[in-house]
Each structure stands twice: as structure tokens, then as C-alpha cells.
Write a protein that binds this ligand. Structure first.
Ligand code: CUA
Length: 150
């Protein structure tokens, strides 16, 4: 087999660049203690979706969308709570729409979208996927129950 001298140089250069990249990555992770980013939807937190109480007035909602459901399918908070949503997708693009709140977001694979909103009125707020995502799209629902604390 005959390899052109230029091709040899390119193979050598790309091998060196790949090795250097690996060495620098290990150097950053272990020597500099820099967090090497990983794929967000697979972080532990996103394997355990749910609503978490931060303090009396603040909640954090971790929502994982997938074909064709939201997890969790129901959340509840007291009236007057402020909820910060962290929304991601396990697969395709999904929507996240809380109609009475005018919250209109997209759930994307590999990304986390955040949004903070306050629930001043008690009631059941339906959440729908409003981004066509396949045959089960119309049944992709969740809800947030805002309780009157009295
Ligand atoms: Cu998910 Cu439409």
C-alpha cells in the first residue's frame, strides 16, 4: 500500500491533536479540578423528576419530557408560591405550556430551559405539550395543583 507523504503528515497531525485533546481533558478534570460537562438530561437530578421545596415560598420543579409523557404528571404547591421550572427532554422536542399562566416553553434534548413564575390564584393548572412530537402528542399532559393554604 502506498501512502502519499502529505496523507502521512495529515494522519500524524490528526493523531497528535486527538491525543493532545485527551491529555488536556484529563489535565483539566484531574489537575485543575474543572468539571467536565456531561449530557445534562442524564445527570442524576433529571433521573428523579419532581417538585422540591426550597423554602416557604419557593419551589423547584424538575420536569423531564419524553414520548409521550411528562414526569412528574402532577405537582402541587400552596397559593402564593414561586416555582422555578427546570425542563428537559429525553428524546425529541416537546412543548411545555401552562395556559392560564401564559408560560410557553420548549423542552429540548441535551438542554435545560428554566423559567420562574408565581402562582397567586388557587386552582388546577393544566400543562400541555404544544409541540407536535408523534402519535401520542395529544395525550401528553401534566398539571400543577395550587392549593389554598387556609
Ligand atoms: Cu410532546 Cu407533543
Amino acid at each position: 500500500m502506498i501512502i502519499h507523504p502529505l496523507e502521512k503528515k495529515i494522519i500524524l497531525a490528526s493523531t497528535l491533536i486527538t491525543v493532545a485533546f485527551g491529555v488536556l481533558l484529563l489535565y483539566a478534570a484531574f489537575q485543575q479540578k474543572i468539571d467536565v460537562p456531561d449530557c445534562v438530561p442524564f445527570s442524576k437530578e433529571y433521573l428523579e423528576p419532581g417538585i422540591h421545596k426550597i423554602d416557604e415560598k419557593n419551589y423547584k420543579a424538575v420536569v423531564v419530557s419524553s414520548m409521550w409523557q411528562f414526569a412528574p404528571q402532577q405537582m402541587s404547591v400552596p397559593t402564593g408560591s414561586e416555582v422555578e421550572f427546570f425542563i428537559t427532554s429525553k428524546d425529541v422536542v416537546h412543548g411545555f405550556h401552562i395556559a392560564p399562566k401564559n408560560v410557553n416553553l420548549m423542552a429540548l434534548y441535551g438542554q435545560v430551559v428554566t423559567y420562574r413564575t408565581k402562582f397567586d390564584k388557587p386552582g388546577v393548572y393544566k400543562i400541555v405539550c404544544h409541540e407536535y412530537c408523534g402519535v401520542g402528542h395529544q395525550s401528553m399532559l401534566s398539571e400543577i395543583i395550587v392549593n389554598d393554604p387556609r
